[in-house]
Design a protein around this ligand. Structure first.
Ligand code: FAD
Length: 456
């Protein structure tokens, strides 16, 4: 296991006696793995339930797609990962990795040394993380949590093995790490019921071949949308991007592409195959591809209405983690969006582990509730819609550093913040080539200097 001379295991001398808890972690993606590591570091007894037969969550590429290409049919067999075959990371590896387990290039036949590697490399990194921290013994593969319910101050967890019976067990605390890129959100389009073409959500996009010679309308402007439209443009007849964030002057044919156009949002769809955009243009299309994001979904969680999902706001949650009325016995890792997920999950997990053992104190539930209400009022006052509650993008480092100070961990490194900003800017300036061209070599050098203390 890697050692870390600069970041101590426990930074606070315990004021209270440390109390080990029996903790159920739901999901063994990046969030669940790092939560398991942090909980065990504080001597909690941990079981990680993982529905799939492998750890890694999103990063376990699955070439299969769901029977309903829009992912709306509740009876469909759910495929967890939304990865497409060509996916490379949208963050540089130095920023993307856990803070005390750097994501450095490694030698080996399966390894991808690029700074923005393909998805297989990320899964290798997570597998190495699991092995190096001996987490295998904590994870129950093929075990889906069907229900988690608080009864008499304890959590009753009902799980079902892929092969075998349902099992009921009792835990002190539950940490929810089930990911939020599986349940599609789709765009509402007037007239879509009569439109004869194929609709699919990016959750079920794997490769461009099925779009050969087709006219495709792609809705969205996220990092996935940017990748997928370029993937498809190589084989499709035409690709039309419908985006909410277009500005006057950018509408029309995209420079550098002979078959890609940018439009405003879709106004309506019609029975003759025509789709009309708000900018007045119209296209007869074969496919509408929704790259329109995902919904939070916790079908197994029964909190008696204490925690709800309302227009993609999971709440009430203190600092996106603890429901004030159920803290610290219920917590969520990895809900914030537009962030660097691994490092954020790592610091949230440290906080949860410390709070559960009594080493780190939370405010009273009234104080936490007041904080949540004040946060919601700030969002309202700034005109931020409810469904952006967990979009903390610009304030993510401030958020991480607040959590770090709560658990006695150092704040984010300056190079990490600067590199993240540089990467986002580079992506905007060079959408086609940002993964292979950059100007922040000085920051890469600083990162590698820092990483030296983590090498074996
Ligand atoms: P997940 O990885 O989704 O893991 C959740 C786990 O919970 C899964 O293994 C699932 O099987 C399990 N589970 C769910 N329900 C149950 C249940 N009831 N019982 C038991 N187990 C259950 N992040 C980056 O840092 N860089 C990138 O370049 C990047 N690109 C991305 C591209 C795409 C297309 C997508 C969708 C996401 C991307 N992300 C990227 C974000 C990515 O989701 C995070 O990096 C990270 O994988 C989130 O980890 P997680 O553990 O929260 O969720």
């Amino acid at each position: 296991m890697m050692t870390n001379p600069t970041i101590p295991k426990l930074n606070f001398s315990p004021i209270l006696p440390l109390i080990p808890q029996n903790v159920a972690v739901i999901g063994a993606g990046a969030a669940g793995l790092v939560a398991a590591r942090e909980l065990r570091r504080e001597d909690h007894k941990v079981v990680v339930f993982e529905r799939e037969n492998k750890v890694g969550g999103t990063w376990v590429y699955n070439p299969s797609t769901e029977s309903d290409p829009l992912g709306l049919d509740p009876t469909r067999v759910v495929i967890h990962s939304s990865l497409y075959a060509s996916l490379r990371t949208n963050l540089p590896r130095e920023v993307m990795g856990f803070r005390d387990y750097p994501f450095v290039a490694k030698n080996g036949a399966q390894r991808d040394p690029r700074r923005f590697p393909g998805h297989v490399e990320v899964l290798e990194y997570l597998n190495n993380f699991e092995t190096d921290f001996g987490l295998i013994e904590l994870v129950r593969l093929g075990a889906e949590v069907r229900r988690a319910r608080l009864e008499g101050g304890k959590w009753k967890i009902r799980s079902r093995m892929r092969v075998g019976e349902e099992l009921d067990e009792v835990y002190d605390a539950v940490v929810v790490c089930n990911g939020h890129y599986t349940e599609p959100r789709i765009a509402e389009i007037p007239g879509i019921e009569t439109w004869p073409g194929l609709q699919i959500h990016s959750h079920n996009y794997r490769s461009p071949e099925p779009f050969q010679g087709q006219v495709v309308i792609l809705i969205g402007s996220s990092a996935s949308a940017v990748d997928i439209c370029r993937d498809i443009a190589g084989v499709a007849k035409e690709v039309h991007i419908a985006s909410r964030s277009v500005t006057v002057g950018t509408i029309g044919k995209l420079p550098g592409h002979n078959n890609m156009w940018l439009h405003s949002m879709i106004e309506s769809a019609h029975g003759d195959g025509i789709v009309v955009f708000r900018d007045g243009s119209a296209v007869c299309a074969d496919v509408i591809l929704h790259c329109t994001g995902y919904k939070y979904n916790f079908p197994f969680l029964d909190t008696n209405g204490i925690v709800t999902v309302d227009d993609n706001r999971v709440g009430p949650l203190y600092k996106h983690v603890f429901p004030p009325l159920l803290a610290p016995l219920l917590s969520f890792v990895g809900l914030p969006r537009k962030v660097v997920p691994f490092a954020l999950c790592e610091i949230q997990s440290k906080w949860i582990a410390g709070v559960l053992s009594g080493r780190v104190l939370l405010p009273s539930s009234d104080e936490m509730m007041a904080d949540v209400e004040a946060f919601y009022r700030t969002l309202d006052a700034s005109g931020i819609p409810k469904h952006y509650t967990h979009y903390i993008g610009d304030s993510q480092f401030e958020y991480n550093d607040w959590l770090a100070s709560e658990c006695g961990y150092p704040p984010s490194e300056e190079w990490r913040k600067e590199m993240y900003s540089a990467a986002i800017k580079n992506m905007e300036v060079r959408p086609e080539t940002y993964r292979d061209e950059w100007d922040d070599e000085d920051l890469v050098a600083q990162a590698h200097e820092d990483f030296k203390c983590f090498s074996k």
